[in-house]
Ligand binder design. Structure first.
Ligand SMILES: Nc1nc2c(ncn2[C@@H]2O[C@H](COP(=O)(O)OP(=O)(O)OP(=O)(O)O)[C@@H](O)[C@H]2O)c(=O)[nH]1
Length: 202
């Protein structure tokens, strides 16, 4: 059996229960799982083939466990990642501190990894504004400071977890097997999608 080729490695990082697995579920399987929360143990891997023009590339998404117990393990998974989606729960201020931790870690250890800052559970805030614990502007200022794009998402509603125009969003300049003509980035209306947040590489 031949090994699967992964063209772009993407890693999910963030405190436990911020919603990393739910983002992957929404993006890859178009669903939101209800029921008791099950924490990720170690890490989970999912491959997502996507069409780019006439070619198909494979995204390899590593969904790490947020529990600090697995911190050392998570370091293994961001090695060589092309992009990191650093998640925080907009209704949990401590998760933002944890996001800062991961950003510092990536800046120190994985300088070529593009960082995207992702606020989760926007549907909860839309239902009740008092639930917001992280001010949008504070998070945006932090994203600006570290040169990251910032997204507010909901895996429950699919808000900003876009996947329909992904081929237009992917900047594949440095992926193997693609010519310069195939690398045009047309962000269109979808520049705030989760996919873009994972894969856009300036
Ligand atoms: N309302 C709402 N709940 C969410 C959303 N995303 C995740 N959740 C809930 O938050 C809990 C944790 O979600 P997970 O996706 O398992 O979180 P995780 O970051 O993968 O957690 P670990 O595996 O422990 O690192 C679950 O009960 C989810 O149903 C969202 O967008 N909206």
């Amino acid at each position: 059996m031949s090994a699967m080729r992964v063209d772009a490695k993407v890693v999910m990082l963030g405190k436990e229960s911020v919603g990393k697995t739910s983002l992957v579920e929404r993006y890859v399987h178009h669903r939101f799982l209800v029921g008791p929360y099950q924490n990720t143990i170690g890490a989970a891997f999912v491959a997502k083939p996507i069409q780019v023009g006439e070619k198909v590339i494979t995204l390899g998404i590593w969904d790490t466990a947020g529990s600090e117990r697995y911190e050392a393990m998570s370091r293994i998974y961001y090695r060589g990642a092309r992009a990191a989606l650093v998640c925080y729960d907009m209704t949990d201020s401590s998760s933002f501190q944890r996001a800062r931790f991961w950003v510092k870690e990536l800046q120190n250890c994985e300088e070529h990894c593009k960082i995207y800052l992702c606020g989760t559970k926007s549907d909860v805030i839309e239902g009740d504004r008092s639930q917001r614990q992280i001010d949008h502007h504070d998070a945006q200022d932090f994203a600006d400071e570290i040169g990251a794009l910032h997204f507010e998402t909901s895996s429950k509603t699919g808000n900003n977890v876009g996947d329909c125009y992904e081929y237009k969003l992917l900047n594949i300049k440095s992926l193997p097997g693609f010519s310069a003509e195939e690398t045009g980035v047309d962000l269109g209306q979808k520049k705030d999608s989760y996919f873009y947040s994972c894969c856009h590489n300036n």
